[in-house]
Design a protein around this ligand. Structure first.
Ligand code: NAG
Ligand code: NAG
Length: 573
């Protein structure tokens, strides 16, 4: 009897430990294979801690997209009427039924989640590999990055409960792989030796020395950028800094003394930090990217209050969590910066489509608040964000993220001042995730018509084309670790273009007008003729010459480089 009771008891507990409700899990996202450069090393230990994020379906993101276009299109009656945080949140905060479904699921599973965004559309919770495998019918495994030896825990597929379908956009990190090379050397900034002048032709705009060494004077002369200080203290410019890239104040001071002797050499940035970020000042910790980005904002956007935002690495997932966190950090501010420049990115195919859309929607929100968001397009030509990226003969071109997102402005690179030509590393092409936005469709069609059958099948002709604009990005002189260094990369171009936008905003605000906000509808309409179209060069890669730069928009240098006087007129000043 006693024995029988024991058996009964254990049967009973066996029944209890399996959920009483049948788990109805539906496949949500998967990837076909392990991304190039990673090796699958078998299942991760069940007790490994995992921090997961949930993206809840936003209330009316299509509605917000309409509003963003309305407030960003120069011909609209609502042009410049940017939204407050509360107004944006009305579109973004998940519907009550979504919140209820997710909360019910969390409490069924004994999970406590933390809100990660001001609209409450992102939640985070702590779990383990074993629990996550059960919750999402996943197979969290160890993947080693061959080049760096870094191990990351990911799954190639996951499912979500049927009760959460339509409420949960994605779980992260799951099928999106990090870019360990990028976190080692987040820049695509490449130090280079100086080379002999390509020509001795001098131009009215910039001296011939600018063909071998780009300084702030070269940039100012070539683009007609004023050197007089901005006047509006409410007008700010922010520079993103990620993972171990620290902006050095002594380098900045030395840079200003050498290249901007006309301004106060003690001019500096204001530091903001998140995710445990910091900005140590020892000379050996001065980052090339962070030095470049602060020197070519403070050194070009004369007098514009500039922030350096150092995003730390206590996010578990490196770049992409930081990408999301910095936007949510700025969205939470009452007055976010009017311009944000970021010189980081990765290949679009390393990121899940859902995560790419989610990040892109975060840019949409910040754009609706009135922030111009600029990113470097990448330095691998048509071959992706950084060369060398694997691109076998016959393989398709590799678009970069976030340049494919239609709610930000992607900046490619040029070189030389006379004539200014496309830089061969300037990433450009067409997204596989995002369709052509209406503001770009005429410019893109014109280019594709001219291109004919060239590279046909190697790119997605229906995708959003990038970059949108360009600026100088070769032989750029910076001070790093106390010495002048020449660098190249679209990393140089994004802060330069961002500085132009910040100076335009200064004059707009001084005239009682709103800042430019999301730039593209302006750039592709009234702004287009205020840019210098770049008509020679191409972005090689994948054993091809890449796309040729041609008059009008092109997927190497976009609509072109800035002409400050014409831009002032185009914005109505
Ligand atoms: C440029 O000028 C230098 C010095 O005047 C001269 O030695 C050199 O040959 C010139 N280069 C070209 C490409 O004309
Ligand atoms: C091409 O781009 C469109 C977006 O415009 C996308 O829906 C489609 O899936 C892409 N095709 C491929 C093969 O990636």
């Amino acid at each position: 009897m006693f024995k029988a009771a024991l058996v009964l008891l254990s049967l009973f507990s066996a029944t209890l430990s399996t959920p009483h409700i049948a788990r109805d899990l539906r496949l949500h996202e998967s990837r076909d294979d392990v991304p190039d450069g990673f090796t699958h090393n078998g299942p991760a230990a069940g007790d490994t801690p995992l921090r997961l994020r949930l993206a809840l379906k936003q209330n009316d993101i299509e509605g917000l997209q309409d509003v963003l276009m309305d407030v960003s299109t120069p011909t609209s009656a609502n042009y410049g009427k940017h939204l407050s945080l509360e107004e944006v949140n009305e579109y973004v905060t998940p519907k009550p039924e979504t919140i209820a479904a997710v909360n019910a699921w969390l409490s069924e599973n004994g999970l406590t989640a933390k809100t990660l965004s001001p609209a409450g559309d992102w939640l985070g919770f702590q779990t383990t590999v074993a629990q996550a495998n059960r919750l999402f019918d996943a197979d969290f495994s160890a993947f080693t990055h061959d080049a760096t030896g870094e191990t990351t825990i990911r799954t190639l597929a996951y499912s979500i409960p049927a009760s959460l379908q339509g409420h949960l956009d994605l779980v992260h990190p799951t099928i999106t792989f990090p870019n360990p090379l990028a976190s080692k050397r987040p820049v695509s900034v490449i130090p280079r030796r100086s080379r002999p002048p390509s020509s001795n032709i001098t131009s009215d705009a910039a001296p011939a020395s600018c063909n071998t060494a780009i300084t702030p004077s070269c940039v100012q002369e070539l683009y007609g950028i004023p050197t007089t200080p901005a006047t509006q203290s409410s007008n700010t410019l922010a520079v993103s800094g990620f993972i171990g890239q620290f902006a050095n104040e002594a380098d900045l001071t030395q840079f200003l003394k050498m290249f901007r002797p006309d301004i106060d050499a003690s001019t500096t940035f204001t530091l903001q930090t998140l995710d445990g970020g910091s900005n140590p000042q020892s000379q050996s910790e001065a980052g090339l990217e962070a030095d470049l980005d602060t020197q070519y904002t403070i050194g070009i956007a004369t007098g514009v209050p500039t922030f350096f935002i150092s995003v730390g690495d206590n996010t578990q997932d490196g770049d992409l969590d930081g990408f999301l966190d910095i936007i949510n950090f700025l969205l939470a501010e009452d007055t976010p910066p009017q311009v944000l420049t970021t010189s980081y990115g990765q290949n679009e195919n390393t990121i899940s489509r859902s995560l790419a859309i989610s990040l892109c929607n975060a840019y949409m929100q910040l754009g609706a608040r009135g922030t111009s968001i600029l990113f470097a397009s990448g330095d691998g030509g048509v071959q992706g964000s950084q060369a060398p990226t694997i691109c076998l003969p016959g393989q398709n071109f590799v678009p970069t993220f976030p340049s494919g997102c239609p709610f930000m402005t992607s900046v490619g690179a040029t070189q030389n001042v006379n004539p200014e030509v496309a830089a061969s590393f300037s990433s450009g092409g067409f997204s596989n995730y995002f369709a052509t936005p209406a503001y770009q469709s005429a410019a893109k069609s014109a280019y594709l018509t001219g291109l004919g059958n060239t590279h046909s099948g190697k790119f997605n002709a229906s995708g959003r084309g990038f970059p949108d604009v360009a600026a100088l990005g070769v032989d750029v002189q910076i001070v790093n670790e106390g010495a002048v260094t020449s660098v190249e990369g679209t990393s140089c171009a994004s802060p330069i273009f961002a500085s132009v936008v910040a100076l335009l905003n200064d004059q707009l605000i001084a005239a009682g007008k709103p800042p430019l906000g999301f730039l593209n509808p302006f750039l592709y309409s009234t702004g287009a003729s205020a840019l210098n179209s770049i008509t020679s060069g191409s972005n090689e890669g994948c054993i091809t010459e890449g796309f040729p730069a041609k008059a009008g928009w092109n997927p190497v240098t976009g609509l072109g480089t800035p002409n400050f006087a014409k831009l002032l007129a185009a914005v109505g000043l």
